[in-house]
Design a protein around this ligand. Structure first.
Ligand SMILES: [Zn+2]
Length: 624
């Protein structure tokens, strides 16, 4: 970003005349430049006063399952009388401005947003220190008992900030456009290691106190902490993995290509800006596949398949180091700018490493996900636009396949229209020019218009993609030769030209197996589904992705053989990844097994993170 103050100064020295007028105009311009997008999911008033640096000083208390400590902010403002933070389910004990305790005000509580925390400031106020503690309702945190971890000997803590949960464990101006740097001191029990989305320790120390520094300004949702009995293993000088001891070798094997991925990504869109790229593999209750916390991606253990078959997840999280972390959606209505670009980028990394056909298979899966999501939204067409209006709603509602897969399909259509060379040059320029800043959909559209379309004299109907529902007619057809072969086997098996054993004997990779299982039609000859499982034993698949899609099909086909119901229950009890468990609960509900779903859920719910709980509570219509 251009620093306006230094430009004014240089202009004044250079021209020496009419500096006062010059300065006045530039000041007005400066205010315009600082104009933040309206964010209906934050109470902060950044145009009045904004926090630029956070000093976090906290202690993690595993006995009480709380975090206590203080958040001290360096603030910037011009004559503001107050600064407003976001808080949710936090106990605020004391607020001090420049060393003097002040009377703060907590606003009315909103079930989605939480409360505003208004702190009075004076003209020259520079520092606000908030002493606080988290509560049992704090949604970002998940405290796990030893039984819920891989090693089963020590407790674990993980945080999940996206979309608006950071305010539940740190009082903060919680809008993605309000980037800040941070320093943290975290005290944990001596037998545990703390790591954050920052420069990290590689081993435990004797004091149990760890210090962190994130020098680059990041969005609040990217502040993250994990605490557990973790060890580190390097892959290359700038990449490596953290995991519990019993997992570390498997994790290290699974993600062995990380350095190659970083190099491939840099080859596409420029230098990796965050120095270090590590992944921590968390216990199975982690609600997402991965979370792109800068320098330290958080990942689910469900991708540790033993054969490196699900590592596109790492490519995805790595891609976020550009789309999302470097250039960030300004508000949650612009979420597709984070995810659509990232899926596009992920496919390009996978193509660079494993070839076009592999990327096409991933793209075909994404295309099918999108078709199903659009079907899910058949009565809410507006939810299938890329640019959303989530005012009054939980931003989590927008975190679905539309942002990811329609976003991808748009960029793929754009690429095929303008040509790869122009597309890559444009994207590289986009990331370079907007590094460490935030982007609204409108600003992106203007930029794309000027720097890609007008510049090259190309017409492209992006309007329909971004602002209209459904999939426009200029979408490209995704084609995979390997999937076409799978379709042929599927048809032969379905019409009994081949036996189930011949299906299992195919030399297929995970994506082909997924494609086969997902596309098993509803109407089959009697006994065919049973015979398939008898031959291939998908019910006991060790690959969690295969298990998930198979369980969905088993439910759809009213299949109960091979102890599948017990396997489904086990899976739901042990895995907390939202996409996986919600797919299975949804299938149970759809197939008139709601009571059974509720019974399993009542037992499994304590194992899930609040992000998963909120989704499943609503899906099954339960509240606790
Ligand atoms: Zn993502």
């Amino acid at each position: 970003m251009i620093n306006f103050k230094s430009i004014v100064y240089t202009l004044c020295i250079f021209f020496m005349v009419s500096c006062v007028t010059e300065k006045k105009e530039t000041n007005e311009e400066m205010i315009k430049t600082n104009d933040y997008a309206e964010d209906s999911h934050s109470y902060a008033k950044p145009n009045e006063a904004v926090a630029k640096h956070l000093l976090l000083d906290i202690e993690v208390n595993f006995d009480q399952k709380i975090i206590t400590g203080s958040a001290t902010y360096t603030i910037e403002h011009e004559n503001a009388s107050s600064i407003v933070f976001d808080v949710k389910n936090l106990k605020i004990n004391r607020v001090v401005v420049d060393g003097k305790e002040v009377t703060f005000k907590l606003g009315e509580e909103n079930p989605i947003l939480g409360q505003s925390l208004t702190v009075p400031v004076k003209k020259d106020s520079k520092e606000v220190a908030i002493t606080y503690e988290t509560t049992a309702q704090t949604e970002a945190l998940q405290f796990l008992n030893p039984q819920q971890t891989a090693d089963k000997t020590h407790p674990f803590l993980l945080t999940q900030g996206q979309a608006i949960l950071t305010r539940t464990w740190i009082p903060i101006q919680d809008s993605p456009q309000l980037r800040l740097t941070y320093t943290a001191h975290v005290k944990v029990p001596k037998e545990l290691l703390a790591i954050m989305s920052a420069e990290n320790p590689k081993e435990k120390n004797d004091s149990g106190i760890y210090s962190f520094e994130m020098k680059q300004p990041i969005s609040p949702y990217l502040i993250a902490l994990a605490v557990g009995d973790l060890v580190y293993k390097e892959i290359s000088p700038r990449t490596g993995v953290y995991a519990e001891k019993s997992m570390i070798e498997k994790v290290h094997y699974e993600f062995a290509d990380m350095e190659k991925m970083v190099k491939a990504a840099e080859g596409l869109y420029g230098e990796y800006a965050w120095e270090q790229f590590d992944v921590v593999v968390l216990p199975p209750s982690f609600p997402f596949g991965g979370m792109e916390n800068p320098r330290l991606t958080f990942a689910t253990p469900t991708v540790i398949a033993g054969d490196r078959s699900l590592t596109s997840l790492v490519a995805h999280e790595l891609a976020h180091s550009w789309s999302g972390n470097l250039v960030t959606n300004a508000t949650w209505n612009d979420f597709w700018l984070n995810e659509g670009f990232t899926v596009y980028f992920e496919m390009r990394i996978m193509e660079a490493l494993y070839g076009k056909e592999y990327a096409n298979m991933l793209a075909s899966i994404s295309r099918q996900d999108l078709a199903e999501e659009i079907e899910n939204f058949h009565d809410q067409a507006e939810a299938t636009r890329l640019k959303l209006d989530l005012k009054g709603k939980n931003p989590d509602d927008g975190m679905n396949s539309i942002a990811y897969d329609k976003g991808y399909l748009f960029l793929r259509a754009l690429e095929e229209h303008v040509g790869r060379e122009k597309m890559d040059a444009f994207l590289k320029q986009y990331f370079t020019e907007h590094a460490f800043s935030t982007m609204t959909t409108e600003r992106f559209v203007n930029y794309m218009n000027e720097e890609l379309l007008l510049k090259n004299n190309i017409a492209f109907n992006y309007d329909k993609w971004i602002y209209k529902a459904g999939i426009p007619g200029n979408a490209v057809k995704i084609q995979s030769d390997k999937f076409e072969k799978v379709d042929k086997v599927l048809a032969d098996w379905r019409y009994k030209t081949i036996e189930a054993s011949e299906v299992c004997a195919q030399d297929w990779n995970i994506q082909q197996k997924i494609h086969f299982i997902r596309n098993i039609p509803e109407d089959l000859y009697d006994g065919l589904f049973e015979k398939l499982d008898a031959a291939c034993n998908y019910t006991h698949a060790t690959n969690s992705y295969i298990a998930m899609v198979w369980f969905e099909q088993a439910i759809n086909h009213d299949y109960h053989g091979n102890n599948v119901d017990e396997q489904i229950e086990n899976f739901l009890m042990n895995v907390g990844r939202r996409w996986y468990v919600s797919t299975i609960y949804k299938a149970l509900k759809r197939n008139n097994r709601l009571e059974e779903a509720k019974k399993i859920y009542a037992k499994a719910r304590p194992n899930y993170h609040s992000v998963t709980v909120n989704t499943i509570d609503e899906m099954l219509g339960v509240s606790y």
